[in-house]
Design a protein around this ligand. Sequence first.
Ligand code: 6PG
Length: 247
Amino acid sequence: MKEDLIVCSGPDELATRATAFIVGVLAGAVRSRGRATIALSGGSTPKPVYSRLALPQSRGLVDWSKTLVFFSDERFVPLDDPSSNFGLAKQALLEGVPIPSSQVFAVPTMLDSADAAAKAYEATLKDVFGYSRVEDPPHFDLIVLGLGQDGHTASLFPGFQSLSVTNRWVVASPPGSLPPPVDRVTFTFPLLNAAKNVLFLVSGREKAHVLHRVRERGPGPESLPASKVHPTPGTLTWIVDKAAASG
Ligand code: 6PG
């Protein structure tokens, strides 16, 4: 696994560098394989990056007609709920780029339960990627992740059963440390670690301590879920600002 750390002067440079990184991966994937697959994270850090991606100078560099968008985790709320990760990406990015709606795969949170939504989303992944063996997860061209102050990433929260799942690509999770207190649907480590490229976006002094501990991969991996993200066949890139790197 190739790991890189890019330290930016502040959130603005972080957004610029992250946008360039994402454009590069998506354009490269379309060039070499005819399509690009990306899974987006929720949270506040990626939002300015998504908005930057939708600007004319960026969106024209990606062939959105050949790009497929998924979500690395989702809150089990209606898609038009203010706390929906799909809703965040729709407003900041998806409405601003010419991506066919059939190529945007929201977690089906209209189903009866987060477990049903997770199972249905996993079936969608199998269908879209043409994979069926759970031991052989699909290889996303890019998975974008954030980092919580408790070391969570996606909706993989410290001490939760979801951290030890090996026979699923997507699972439901009870509410974690992060508001809103709703069930979640999340990619599991087998799926995260099969990615060709994983990009963590981390900003702010409040993340400095946890970022240091996660990158040091200190003891107690159970307590720091993000430290278990290591896409062995691929690359792991951290684009952070100086405040987050001050740890
Ligand atoms: C979510 C995200 C979550 C987020 C971290 C960091 O559903 O909110 O998937 O894992 O990435 O909590 O969030 P911030 O970027 O807002 O600090």
